[in-house]
Write a protein that binds this ligand. Structure first.
Ligand SMILES: *Cc1c(COP(=O)(O)O)cnc(C)c1O
Length: 379
């Protein structure tokens, strides 16, 4: 049995090595490292895949979120509603831009932002909502868009963990996550569902004006070379990464399917284990399982992690400290917030290995060891 990893990028590379090697070499041979034809080809292919008018590639997912918020023309002190139960990048960029992150609760089943919690956090200063499609499942976008329309708020989707996920509206319309709000942001960090071999990210939108602004901001605020209209930054996807992403985009649905099969295996294995709640799947979203995250009940999580580590099974806690409890945000007084569901989840979640090349032997071993640990602690 291969060594079990949270994400096994070497096994994945071995499967696509000939194609990847040729693609990387051809960029090197042409020496078009920045903004080469691979970048525009990838952009078009991603636009087609997501069924959206504009994709604007950038340097990483954090930049994507920052540039998206810059493009909305928000002013310092404006409030942005966002879940506390997320990766720090979602909320950090708000503080960086002088905006006020307003942390709200997530749904205890889906782990995604709770629409009712959004509603009660709205003030006259609220300008935007940033939902996160956490672990690969869509937030409740229909309710979120309804609230956004009612209060005239922008919606920026943090789609770093859910590229390829479909959301179905009540009338049956299907859309990809990231294409529902005003702007969608994603990351191509190597371990993401669509990952490159370094850093990368992208924004997408159907709004021509926003797309133009995003492009300018990501390129030093230029409208024309050496004419800088607004303060921007330098955020680019390089050609080697784009060449790799083109190959992996053509396999994204198969990759997500492989993840779904892993989840199905775990779900069945843990079906009758009382101490474990397997991931909830909302009926209006499919789930692309960026993470496979359990909720534990009556189990010492540290002990389970240590036990698994002894068997060479890695596991992770995403995330041990929610945003509102981070020192970084103490100036916002958020440490005093009462978010009981977020705190409750923070103490109970554990993510098991999931990736595109997992073998049944590995899955059986992991599931058996988790169950053995639970049996032992019961005695
Ligand atoms: C990975 C991630 C990001 C940031 O992406 P980077 O490319 O690492 O900057 C933002 N939000 C979420 C939810 C993520 O998982």
């Amino acid at each position: 049995m291969r060594k079990i990893q949270m994400v096994d990028l070497i096994s994945q590379y071995e499967q696509i090595k000939p194609e990847i090697d040729i693609a990387i070499l051809s960029v090197v041979e042409k020496a078009q490292f920045i903004n080469g034809p691979e970048v525009s080809a990838f952009q078009t292919e991603l636009e087609n895949y997501l069924n959206i008018k504009h994709v604007i590639p950038c340097a990483n997912g954090t930049d994507a979120l920052q540039i998206a918020l810059m493009a909305l023309g928000l002013k310092p002190g404006d409030e942005v509603i966002t879940p506390s139960f997320t990766y720090i990048a979602t909320t950090e960029v708000m503080a960086l831009l002088g905006l006020k992150p307003v942390f709200v609760e997530v749904d205890k089943n889906t782990f995604c932002i709770d629409p009712e919690s959004i509603r009660s956090a709205i003030t006259p200063k609220t300008k935007a909502i940033v939902p996160v499609h956490l672990y690969g499942q869509s937030a409740a976008m229909e309710s979120i868009m309804k609230i956004a329309n009612e209060f005239d708020l922008f919606v920026v989707e943090d789609n770093a963990q859910a590229i390829g996920c479909d959301y179905t509206f009540a009338d049956g319309t299907k859309k990809k996550t990231g294409t529902i709000g005003n702007i969608g942001c994603t990351s191509f960090f190597p371990s993401k569902n669509l990952g490159c071999y370094g850093d990368g990210g992208a924004m997408c939108t159907n709004d021509d004006e926003l797309a133009e602004k995003i492009r300018m901001i990501a390129n030093h605020g230029q409208s024309k070379r050496y004419y800088h209209d607004v303060v921007g930054c330098n955020s680019r996807l390089d050609s080697i990464q784009a060449a790799i992403l083109r190959i992996k985009l053509s396999r994204l649905d198969a990759y997500n399917n492989a993840r779904q099969n892993v989840a199905a295996y775990y779900n069945e294995a843990f079906e009758n284990v009382q101490e474990i709640t397997t991931p909830f799947k909302a009926s209006n979203s499919n789930h692309v399982y960026h993470q496979y995250t359990l909720k534990l009940d009556g189990i010492q999580r540290d002990d389970l992690q240590n036990y698994l580590a002894e068997k060479d099974i890695p596991s992770m806690i995403y995330y041990p400290v929610p945003a509102h409890r981070q020192k970084m945000f103490s100036a916002f007084g958020s440490n005093a917030l009462n978010l009981p569901i977020t705190d409750w989840l923070t103490e109970r979640v554990i993510s098991l290995p999931i990736h595109t090349e997992m073998e049944e032997e590995q899955l059986r071993f992991i599931a058996d060891e988790v169950k053995t640990f639970i049996q032992q602690t019961k005695k």
